[in-house]
Ligand binder design. Structure first.
Ligand code: CA
Length: 579
């Protein structure tokens, strides 16, 4: 009897443990309610496992019963009752435990497979500003050079427009901005929201696919300010239309370029401080328009403020398991050309050169944040610019330039070529307007030190992120976007890419088809003479493989090709989509 007693006591303790374990499993399962992805998998797995585990433990109970019978326990214990309790408890425990572990494993695997994505968009950095792309440049860019060394350099990457706002629209929506209501130029700091209410953004798409999404930096896509009875902006009231209404979970922005008032920081729609300072206008290089400014926003510190915030977001998001997307549009080296004092004089190439150094340092800070947060290996880091540099190029015999006088917005070409050997400047349909630095690093996926010569455009960001995140491209979104992912892996487009369309500040179009570039107009469409007019004939045709500087117009020699490419351009413009 003593033996039977200790058996029953031991068995009771075992059942207690089963109950405790069950409660733990239930608690653990409950925790999963906090995680939508795991919950979905859990519900699915419960349905699938219920039947199979019941069958499995029926078998287990039979085996257990036969063992008990062999030990003679059948004679002294009401077996049916015990085996039932045992069977039910163990089955429930195992059911929950297995579902829990499988759900966690699947959830973690799904997240682990999705890299974080950090997209840095410099403002007005030219192709020739980075030493990795321009060996003659004397401006030190060690961090960008390192990025090139650790990732892939795109040598024929284009901002979808030669100016700020339309490039941002296209990068975020995967759709050329000239398809929107903005047909030329940019918004100012008071501009109405440009992103249509139902337009899916890359952030919204990523959020739908499990990402946390943030933007830190220059927005420049219009904001919904609230106004008082007198029709003036009420800075005490939150923004009604901004990044948080277009797919971003978190936002810390300035409204537009740093030369446009109002000079304010906006955090998740709230203007962080009333703009009580009256900022007077300033001439180049510290170029500013007059308007209200927050006391806490100073031009010297703005890029540092944004960099600190971007670093904070990276460190904070890296602590969790959820993959994150950080869109980090910089304010530099755009005007005001006002680097932080610690960079002044460092480049020996004037304030612009110093400012490029600060941009490079900023990229280094992002890389350091990724590294110290331990997410460097599982992060796709892209660095590019929203258009070319505004610094004009002067001949070698010109004595005055930005080095001798910082108020001159031009470099003697012996000193520096901000846009490399490309023709034109920011705002132009010429290559200098939109062929920009582009580096992508993703350890384990992108080969270090590799180069891609395919013609691409920032409009491709959307399809790339969708493919990476496992999202689908809806018919009415990302109409002009093609995924870079196969290019990252060293291959070709998964399907032929439609010709990239270039667009100038004044609305001049160009189309790239292989080595050929058709300009549908008779000038730059921007700032460099001859400016010409959109669709004004004769059109121009350049062979960029043989003539990257766009010096030899071949339109007269190849009228059939001009006609063919013109038809192609019209088809892309009128069809509302190119993918
Ligand atoms: Ca820009």
């Amino acid at each position: 009897m003593m033996f039977l007693g200790s058996c029953l006591e031991g068995f009771a303790q075992f059942l207690d443990l089963v109950v405790i374990a069950n409660q733990f499993a239930e608690g653990a399962a409950l925790m999963l309610d906090l995680v939508p992805l795991a919950l979905g998998i859990l519900v699915m797995l419960f349905a699938l496992l219920e039947c199979s585990l019941e069958a499995l433990f029926d078998l287990f109970a039979i085996n257990f019963r036969s063992r008990l019978a062999k030990a003679g326990f059948l004679r002294i214990v009401p077996f049916t009752m015990l085996s039932r309790i045992l069977n039910d408890s163990v089955a429930r425990l195992a059911n929950r435990a297995m579902a829990f572990s499988i759900a966690v494993a699947l959830g973690q695997a799904a997240w682990a497979a999705k890299p974080n994505i950090v997209f840095i968009l410099a403002d007005d950095m030219g192709y020739g500003d980075v030493q990795a792309l321009n060996s003659r440049s004397k401006i030190p860019t060690p961090h960008l050079n390192r990025l090139a060394k650790e990732g892939m350099t795109f040598t024929d990457a284009h901002s979808p427009s030669a100016v700020c706002t339309p490039t941002r629209y296209a990068a975020l929506t995967g759709r050329y901005c000239w398809r929107s209501k903005l047909k030329r130029g940019v918004l100012n700091g008071y501009g109405a929201p440009l992103l249509e209410p139902n337009r899916e953004t890359v952030a919204g798409m990523l959020r739908k696919n499990g990402y946390h999404t943030s933007v830190v930096g220059k927005w420049h896509l219009g904001l919904g300010y609230q106004k008082n009875a007198g029709g003036e902006i009420d800075y005490a009231k939150p923004i009604t239309d901004g990044p948080n209404q277009h797919g971003f979970d978190y936002s810390f922005i300035i409204p537009a370029s740093l030369d446009f008032p109002p000079y304010i920081y906006i955090k998740d729609g709230t203007i962080t401080e009333l703009p009580t300072v009256k900022q007077p206008a300033v001439r180049f290089p510290g170029y500013l328009r007059s308007g209200p400014r927050q006391p806490g926003l100073t031009m010297d510190d703005c890029l540092d403020d944004l960099t600190k915030e971007a670093g904070r977001v990276i460190r904070h998001r890296a602590k969790g398991k959820q993959p994150f997307f950080l869109y980090f549009p910089l304010t530099a080296p755009h005007k005001p050309v006002q680097p932080h004092p610690r960079f002044i004089g460092k480049s020996k190439l004037g304030l612009y050169g110093d400012f490029v150094m600060q941009v490079d340092w900023t990229v280094g800070q992002v890389m350091q944040a990724l590294d110290s947060a331990g997410v460097e290996k599982n992060t796709l880091l892209i660095y590019t610019s929203d258009n070319g540099s505004f610094m004009y190029r002067r001949g070698a015999d010109e004595t005055e330039d930005h080095v001798s006088d910082s108020t001159v917005q031009a470099y003697n070409e012996k000193h520096h070529t901000a846009n490399g050997d490309l023709r034109g400047t920011k705002a132009d349909v010429w290559e200098a307007g939109h062929r920009v630095p582009f580096f992508a690093r993703w350890p384990g996926v992108i080969e270090a030190g590799s180069t891609c010569e395919k013609t691409t455009a920032h409009v491709d960001l959307f399809a790339t992120c969708a493919e990476i995140a496992g999202g689908t491209l809806l018919k009415n979104s990302a109409e002009d976007s093609f995924s870079w992912l196969p290019l990252f892996k060293g291959g070709d487009w998964s399907r032929p890419r439609a010709p990239v369309i270039n667009h100038s500040a004044a609305g001049m179009f160009a189309l790239r088809s292989g080595k050929w570039k058709l300009i549908a107009g008779n000038g730059s469409g921007g700032r460099q003479a001859p400016k010409g007019r959109p669709f004004q004939k004769p059109f121009m045709l350049f062979d960029l493989q043989a003539d990257l500087g766009e010096k030899n117009d071949q339109a007269k020699a190849k009228p059939e090709l001009v006609e063919e490419l013109t038809v192609k351009l019209e088809s892309i413009r009128s069809s509302g989509r190119s993918r």
